[in-house]
Design a protein around this ligand. Structure first.
Ligand code: F6R
Ligand code: MG
Ligand code: MG
Length: 367
């Protein structure tokens, strides 16, 4: 008999925080946990863990309903509604921010929250890392995913593990034209870099192992401002990576964050800043509403149960990355309102900047 496929759904939203855009309130998390615990009791969920990264709440859920399941998406939606209610009662900042609709309509995608899901047959041992970022957008995963799954200087397994040596398939989404393309690496590495090197538009959505066809990574690619057509906040994406036994080792996945890269987001979603790897408890974006953060929680799946988490970036091995990131942050802040600290004009299209520029349009005279 074929084994049942388990689904890991990571669904996240920012529905208000304490103080300003810094951190979800413990009572919001408690409200969400109550609803998810009831769903587990009923048997809809096999297991769950509620994470909090900055002002975002991440619902990490396992079940046997498959990806894009209406009941699971509705559960996530209702949980975020519960947290919104708490945020409203406490007059927390930006209560209900990411919920772009008044009601749920079958699938949570397009309604504001970010979604990363994967469905697979659980291996004899199933190590998983869930990366969660605040104050940045889905393009933040392009460089680390490239390093994990395509760069032998990061992932030595690509060279010495026969199960990895064939490489991986990368599904890349064009978030502007709503198209997708799949690249087979390593042979199409240069072709893929044409696109994923521009992470404000092209994002890696899924990665598959060529040796087995199995799903290896999935990201959330929802762009709030593109969905709403106005500035709401940053998307603060999540990313699931399966590890070991023919996939990147846990340490190879984490290594991709040892050299902090620059991501779009930070203050008012309008600045480049270094992605700072931190423990979950340290994911409080303070300075200039940042710098952007990334948390990595590890779990072993056990018949759908989430054993863990292991809070990887709490480790001292990432102290140097943090130091470096903070140095880069100092340097970039020095540029103030000038590019390349500030994003380019086309990237600022959905911020409040065009409203200011518009008012000055009529004062321009022909040369
Ligand atoms: C970035 C973010 C914050 C806000 C900033 C202004 O994603 O959420 O940096 O953009 O605090 O917020 P408002 O416009 O709500 O005063
Ligand atoms: Mg917020
Ligand atoms: Mg956020």
């Amino acid at each position: 008999m074929a084994e049942r496929e388990v689904t890991l759904s990571v669904i996240k939203a920012d529905v208000g925080s304490l103080v300003g855009h810094v951190q979800a309130h413990p009572e919001m998390l408690a409200a969400v946990e109550t609803r998810l615990a009831a769903a587990k009791e009923e048997g809809l969920l096999t297991d769950f863990y509620v994470a909090n990264v900055g002002d975002d709440i991440e619902l990490i859920m396992t079940h046997y309903k498959g990806s894009d399941n209406e009941e699971i998406h509705k559960l996530a939606w209702d949980s975020f509604m519960d947290a919104t209610e708490v945020a409203r009662e406490l007059k927390l900042y930006a209560a209900g921010q990411d919920l772009l609709s008044d009601s749920f309509a079958g699938n949570i995608k397009g309604l504001g929250p970010g979604v990363a899901e994967m469905t697979f047959v659980e291996r004899p041992s199933e190590p998983i890392v869930i990366f969660m970022a605040d104050k940045t957008d889905p393009g933040a995963w392009n460089l680390p995913l490239y390093k994990m799954f395509a760069d032998p200087f990061n992932t030595i397994g690509l060279v010495i593990d026969p199960k990895m040596h064939d490489g991986f398939k990368f599904e890349v989404h064009d978030l502007v034209e709503h198209k997708k393309i799949t690249f087979s690496l390593p042979e199409e590495l240069y072709d893929m870099l044409v696109f994923v090197g521009s992470p404000s538009r092209y994002c890696i959505k899924h990665i598959y192992a060529k040796s087995t066809g199995a799903i290896a990574a999935a990201t959330s690619t929802e762009r709030l401002n593109l969905m709403a057509g106005r500035y709401i906040g940053k998307d603060d994406p999540v990313c699931i990576v399966r590890c070991q036994s023919g996939l990147p080792a846990v340490g190879e996945a984490l290594e991709a964050f040892a050299e902090p890269h620059l991501v779009a987001g930070w203050m008012r979603g309008s600045h480049y800043g270094p992605l700072l790897p931190v423990a979950e408890k340290d994911s409080r974006p303070t300075r200039f509403d940042g710098p952007p953060r990334v948390v990595a929680l590890g779990f072993q799946l056990c018949h759908g149960r989430l054993i863990g988490p292991q809070d990887f970036f709490a480790d001292v091995a990432f102290d140097r990355a943090r130091k470096k990131a903070l140095k880069v942050a100092d340097y970039l802040r020095h540029l103030g309102p000038f590019e390349p600290h500030r994003l380019s004009l086309d990237q600022l299209e959905y911020t409040t900047l065009p409203l200011v520029a518009e008012k000055l349009q009529e004062r321009f005279e022909d040369l």
